[in-house]
Design a protein around this ligand. Structure first.
Ligand SMILES: *Cc1c(COP(=O)(O)O)cnc(C)c1O
Ligand code: SF4
Length: 353
């Protein structure tokens, strides 16, 4: 779409020009806007001019991620809190599911509201994260010395003011048991202008700090997003990517391979490829589990191991993430395992047990 967001615009200016109602979609998109009003009454809409500019045509992989769709309210399949994040929350906005790490939500807003978001019932609502939920979360982490890894998420943590983020990071760093800090953010992809030299410098002063960003399609890798990722990497921050497998967007071996290869060129190491969570309002994005396994089989061995993420399913009901692998073991035959290589050829390998 032809949108003029450039001309030295700051990220705040770009964000302030976001479309938040279907009526405001560009006239070049032919779509019945009135019924979509009901969709955004339930699930927030925000489409900033940068991300909008990546749409080439209606229904393309960028469009599907950001433009509201009637199926969000017509198809009722799924769950409001599929991962039972609230059931594992000792304080609001903090999920302590695993022994040594917590998920800590510190922002309610995102630079763009992804239509497939598994927290879509909450993002964009000011009640999601409050000053007091942040205070309580920090107090919980301070009181639990088994927590050595804090994963900041939201919403998008990088939409906070630098000063607010600095205070949270400084507080976490003052806790000697917190060894590493992680930030989950889609900003390098959806609003790369947010990654200013000042922000990168501030984040870089809290090492060891890891950032996991979130790209879903090769068309999201642009000169702008490349600059943002390089800036973070230059500040010494290791970058990972958490991609979600989405029907009609990237459920295709070639698209995923290209995406993973391109991510490495902007210094982002693929971390997870997620099966989409069964969150209500997202059923039109779900793919069969087998699709993910086929895609993994098409990566492993066919391209560098660095391009191969873990294919993970976050178990319904809050069991946590588990990796799934294509089957490489054919059978055991006495002292040997019969194994299949990436080309499907069988090899006999000693078990040695
Ligand atoms: C995903 C997640 C984490 C982090 O998991 P890793 O596998 O260590 O990346 C931590 N806590 C919760 C609740 C999560 O959902
Ligand atoms: S950026 Fe992340 S939290 Fe925000 S809407 Fe997209 S998927 Fe959800």
């Amino acid at each position: 779409m032809d949108m003029d967001y450039r001309g030295g615009s700051s990220w705040k200016q770009i964000l302030s020009q976001s479309i938040t109602t279907p009526d405001a979609l560009p006239t070049s998109i032919e779509i019945d806007r009135a019924p979509l009003q009901k969709v955004v009454a339930r699930y927030s809409m925000r489409l900033n001019p940068y991300y909008l500019s990546l749409i080439k045509e209606k229904d393309d992989p960028i469009y599907k991620q950001c433009v509201p769709d009637l199926r969000e309210i017509l198809n009722d399949a799924g769950f409001d809190d599929p991962l039972n994040e609230e059931g594992c929350s000792p304080v609001p906005g903090l999920t302590h599911r695993y022994p040594d790490r917590v998920l800590f939500l510190i922002s309610s807003c995102c630079a763009m509201y992804c239509r497939f978001c598994n927290r879509k019932r909450k993002v964009g609502r000011s009640s999601m994260v409050t000053r007091s939920s942040i205070r309580e979360g920090l107090a919980y982490i301070r009181g639990h010395r088994e927590i050595r890894d804090v994963l900041l998420s939201g919403g998008d943590p990088l939409l906070l003011e630098i000063r607010e983020l600095f205070h949270i990071l400084r507080d976490l760093r003052s806790m000697t048991h917190v060894e590493i800090i992680r930030i989950g953010t889609r900003v390098p992809c959806t609003l790369p202008q947010r990654i200013t030299p000042q922000l990168a410098r501030m984040l870089g002063s809290f090492q060891p700090l890891y950032i996991n960003t979130h790209f879903n399609h090769p068309d999201e890798i642009t000169p702008e997003s490349s600059l943002a990722c390089n800036r973070l990497a230059d500040a010494g921050i290791p970058l990972g990517c958490q991609t979600v497998l989405l029907k009609g967007v990237n459920d295709d071996s070639e698209i995923i391979r290209t995406l993973m290869q391109k991510l490495l060129t902007i210094r982002v190491r693929p971390y997870y490829l997620f099966q989409a969570d069964p969150a209500r309002g997202t059923a039109h994005f779900w793919t069969p589990l087998n699709r993910g396994l086929e895609i993994m089989a098409s990566l492993q061995g066919h391209t560098s191991g660095l391009c191969v993420p873990h294919f993970a399913v976050d178990l319904l009901g809050g069991g946590g993430k588990i990796p799934l692998l294509p089957e490489y073991v054919v059978e055991r035959d006495g002292d040997v395992l019969v194994l299949r290589n990436y080309l499907g050829k069988e090899y006999r390998h000693p078990v040695l047990d």
